[in-house]
Design a protein. Sequence first.
Length: 276
Amino acid sequence: MFLFMLLTEENPFDSVDGYLGLFWFVLPFVVVLSAIIIGLLNRYEIIVLKTVQYFFPLNQVRVDILNESFPYYKKLSSRNQRKFRNRVHHFLINKKIESTEYDVTEEMRVLIAATAIQILFGLEPYYLSYFGNIILVEKQIENKFMTKKSPIHISWEDFDEGHSFLTSGYNPGLRILSVAFKLEQGLNELSKHMFLSNRHYEFNMLYKREAEKYISSGKATYDDYSDVDRNAYFGVAVEYFFERPIHFQANQPAMYEALSRLLQQDPLGRFKYKRF
């Protein structure tokens, strides 16, 4: 009716039927356009709320947690603390931290996010976009990490214990999240340049050499370095790099320097790197 009135040059708005005709004429276009927009937003994970949140700073409660409970943050300059806060804020926007076994507190969320940011703070920011949410569990279970949007499981009890004793060499949070970043670099096309190729190659060659030395010592239960889980080794190396840098550097100076160059950080302060 509405289209007929337009074609016959009658004024379609002279009657209620005209307005109803306009409504039903426009409605399908509105529905289709809305569906397209919603589909695009979901596909690219560009949610309006998230976009707005990016423009706000980390709230004071979370800043206080960093100041009181995260020593790495407290050692940074004021300028780098601001960058660190921004990255923690963006990580918490992009990655849900949840649990069916715990009531997840703000402190839990901030400490998990800060640990992830610590690992790559010398590099461009990455937020583990390949994987799903971080799930806090009571007992650690194996993380497969091999499929898109797989969750990352972290035992909060183990994480809290490792975080409480900073020089013990035991920090499951650092280890598990480092393995996740290493896998992300290999699996996610958007993250393939996470580590510069020459530094990554240098680290892998040193790893191969050290593994072969270990095999030749007769202490290994395997007879080929390729049987070693390289991603797990990377996680342990990062764990020791931050937890016991003096011991690491004294026992494996070449490996320590290679990891320092790879992460563009040096806990001992001997090398200076420009942060992104």
